[in-house]
Design a protein around this ligand. Structure first.
Ligand code: GLC
Ligand code: MG
Length: 723
């Protein structure tokens, strides 16, 4: 890998992704996004500023899908490859079922990262699932991340509900709650969010409370210009003409073209009315409608059939036979020809949709040298502003559509100007090369900002001591303190005997208590100082007897932490009372909660967001609330240790009992939940790597060690006589 250039990690988790003949449209998860990501990655790699692009996705082993998806690596072009890592079940599963497995992908990548010649400069995620992974990798590896939503849960849910969907059923199928919650988190943390249009920002991302509009960058996707090009000079008319002209009495007239699916929102009926009611247009132009393919209208689904019936009814009502061409079938290669024919006949492309999120057909028209009249609602606004190749129209009234078309065709000099503008606009804005240029500019800004922040952090860096045991560790036991390690003296001493007799073991404690307080408790129970102490709910890491602080961790978590302001805002929230001042820390604010009076965690998050603040809120035992830096938690601390010391997470045995232990029990570690656990950890039951012990306290940990003894080296002491 070229040392100078950028190394970019893109993540697109779901669907089936391969470079050789991608199976677009094979299923709902393998469509536009897959094409976008492949094109984007290849275009990135062509840019000289870029050394390497990795596209991280899922490795799938399933007889129902092609063998290609079992390849760990596929090169797309020099400097661009697909990287497939296995996680979760081997078989192909739909994206809605991936949520529970994404932590494993994070961990798989951490392992993979140890073999990389260097870490990526930036992570770029596509869709909410990848956003989740990117956000975690970003926080663990200290790499900034960029996100692109592609489609958003809020919008999809709203559309389905509007279509009469049952909320409970939709939730079961699509897991919107989880998706939207993760989208909120991703949008609040991404260093930049890439959108295709301004409309997408205001109408889609704008629905998210934690979205930060100042971090949004509008970069339209590229289109395939090889397929679409203007008619050349005086070249004879395209062979498609015969397919069109058989409908028309006077074929030579300017051709109004509209290409869309048979769907009411596309408002092709509005266009037919506009044409039918406008004497002048009917006199001087022909209309070409390309509305999907069908053999028999009665064989179509309800929506398409309804649209077609309405179309035919209108053609009849206005008696438009002879001036409207409406082929019932076409081949994919006909599409560019339709545009070219309309351009050759000095016509216009019309997009009459009520709203259009992007407006791909307008780009295709522009690339064919065909001026446009487009709905003013949505993406087309950007397109017409960038290309200056036509008019926007409020499509609510067909009369206005008709007037705009007439206006667009009224001046041949301006028509030619628009045609040229469209060609240039597409080249400058809507090619993948243009996309990559803008993208790299945005990226350079982000990296400069990050570099400044990193330099500042380095000035305070002091290397940590007392942590050498990690270098040779084969296994790591990390236990929560209260109600997990401590509680029963007999089983505790049995456990500590095992700890002492296992030479290559790192023994750690992860607790909500502050370090000093935790060490005193341990002393009282006769437990020697652990090799590593994660204290204050993950807000601090110290090593061994020297108590050396891991300042890397501190610098990692301090970002975005505004303690004063958080404390001020939270002081006004009913049902929250600060815990004793000794329980507070520089990176920890802890409260006692009156659950009947407190407004709920979701509301609290909104409140903080509204005030421009970020924090990780952890609720335990139904009565304790910890407010931590966004990157701090027991689970994140463990992942940081694993990465920092190059230890696979499946060497970590982690034990806990309550809410603040939850995130350290998830993912690739081997988890033990002791018998006396509180209800917040109950949702972990059934996970393959979380063992629910029946014995309480250290006895539960011992039981867990026995359970895992095949994977985790446990001496006979534990597997034999005592069980
Ligand atoms: C410990 C801490 C307390 C925290 C709780 C839950 O009891 O002392 O501050 O709120 O753990 O994490
Ligand atoms: Mg506990």
């Amino acid at each position: 890998m070229n040392e100078q250039g950028l190394y970019i990690l893109t993540i697109s988790v779901h669907g089936l992704i391969r470079g050789r003949s991608p199976e677009l449209g094979r299923d709902p998860d393998t469509g536009g996004q897959v094409l976008y990501v492949l094109d984007f990655v290849k275009a990135l790699a062509r840019n000289p500023q870029v050394a390497q692009v990795d596209l991280l996705t899922r490795l799938v082993e399933d007889p129902r899908v092609d063998k290609d998806y079992t390849e760990p690596e596929e090169w797309l072009a020099p400097g661009a490859r697909i990287l497939r890592l296995p996680f979760g079940p081997r078989r192909y599963i739909r994206k809605e079922s991936l949520w529970g497995h994404l932590d494993s992908l994070v961990d798989r990548f951490l392992h993979h990262a140890k073999q990389l010649p260097r870490l990526p400069d930036i992570i770029h995620s596509h869709y909410a699932d990848a956003g989740y992974v990117a956000q975690r990798l970003s926080s663990l590896l200290g790499i900034p991340f960029i996100h692109c939503g592609h489609s958003l849960g809020q919008c999809k849910r709203a559309t389905l509900l509007k279509g009469g969907g049952n909320p409970d059923h939709l939730e079961k199928v699509f897991h919107f709650e989880r998706r939207i919650q993760e989208e909120e988190a991703v949008l609040s943390r991404a260093q930049a969010v890439v959108a295709s249009t301004r409309h997408e920002i205001s109408e889609q991302y704008g629905r998210y409370v934690r979205f930060r509009p100042d971090r949004a960058v509008v970069i339209p996707p590229g289109t395939d210009l090889l397929r679409f090009s203007p008619p050349r000079g005086r070249s004879p008319e395209s062979p498609i003409a015969s397919k069109v002209d058989r409908f028309l009495v006077k074929p030579g007239k300017p051709l109004i073209l509209c290409i869309c699916r048979p769907e009411p929102s596309k408002n092709v009926l509005g266009l037919i009315r506009a044409y039918g009611e406008d004497e002048g247009l009917r006199e001087e132009t022909n209309l070409l409608l390309v509305v999907g393919n069908h053999e028999d209208i009665r064989g179509l689904d309800d929506t398409s059939r309804g649209t077609w019936e309405d179309i035919l009814h209108l053609l009849d009502r206005y008696d438009l036979f002879g001036s409207v061409a409406i082929p019932k079938t076409h081949e994919p290669q006909d599409i560019p020809e339709f545009y070219r024919l309309a351009a050759q006949r000095k016509g216009v492309y019309v997009d009459p949709a009520y709203t259009e999120s992007f407006g791909l057909t307008l780009i295709e028209a522009a690339a064919s040298g065909l001026p446009v009249v487009a709905t003013s609602n949505g993406g087309p606004r950007d397109i017409v502003a960038n290309c200056r190749n036509g008019l926007l129209v409020d499509v609510a009234d067909p009369k206005d559509i008709g007037a705009a078309i007439r206006e667009a065709l009224s001046d041949s000099g301006r028509w030619a100007q628009w045609s040229r503008n469209g060609l240039r606009g597409v080249r400058n804005t809507y090619t993948w090369e243009a996309h990559v240029n803008r993208y790299l500019k945005a990226l350079a800004r982000i990296l400069r900002r990050e570099e400044k922040r990193r330099r500042k952090a380095l000035r305070h860096f002091e290397p940590s001591a007392g942590s050498r045991r990690f270098l040779h560790a084969q296994q790591i036991l990390i236990s929560d303190l209260d109600a997990t390690l401590l509680g029963d003296a007999d089983s505790l001493s049995e456990l500590m005997a095992w700890v002492r007799s296992t030479p290559d073991l790192v023994f750690g404690v992860a607790t909500g208590r502050k370090a000093g307080n935790a060490l005193r408790m341990l002393q009282q129970w006769g437990v020697p100082t652990p090799d590593v102490l994660i204290s204050g709910v993950g807000s601090e890491i110290r090593y061994g007897a020297t108590g050396a602080i891991d300042s890397g961790w501190e610098h990692h978590i301090c970002q975005g932490w505004r303690r004063e302001e958080l404390s001020r805002i939270l002081s006004a929230v009913p049902g929250l009372r600060l815990q004793n001042h000794r329980k507070q820390g520089p990176y920890k604010l802890s409260y006692l909660v009156n659950p009947w009076r407190m407004p709920g965690i979701g509301r609290l998050r909104e409140l903080l967001h509204g005030a421009g603040l970020q924090a990780n809120l952890i609720y335990s035992q139904g009565r304790l609330l910890d407010v931590l830096p966004q990157r701090a938690s027991k689970g994140q601390a463990i992942r940081y240790l694993a990465f920092k010391w190059g230890l696979p997470l499946n060497r970590f045995l982690v034990a806990g009992d309550s809410g603040n232990d939850r995130d350290m029990l998830e993912g690739d570690v081997l988890g033990i939940v002791v018998g006396n656990h509180s209800p917040e950890v109950e949702p972990l039951r059934g996970r393959p790597r979380v063992y629910f012990a029946s014995r309480p306290f250290a006895g539960g940990i011992l039981e867990g060690l026995r359970h895992y003894h095949l994977r985790f080296r446990v001496p006979e002491l534990l597997t034999g006589t005592h069980s």
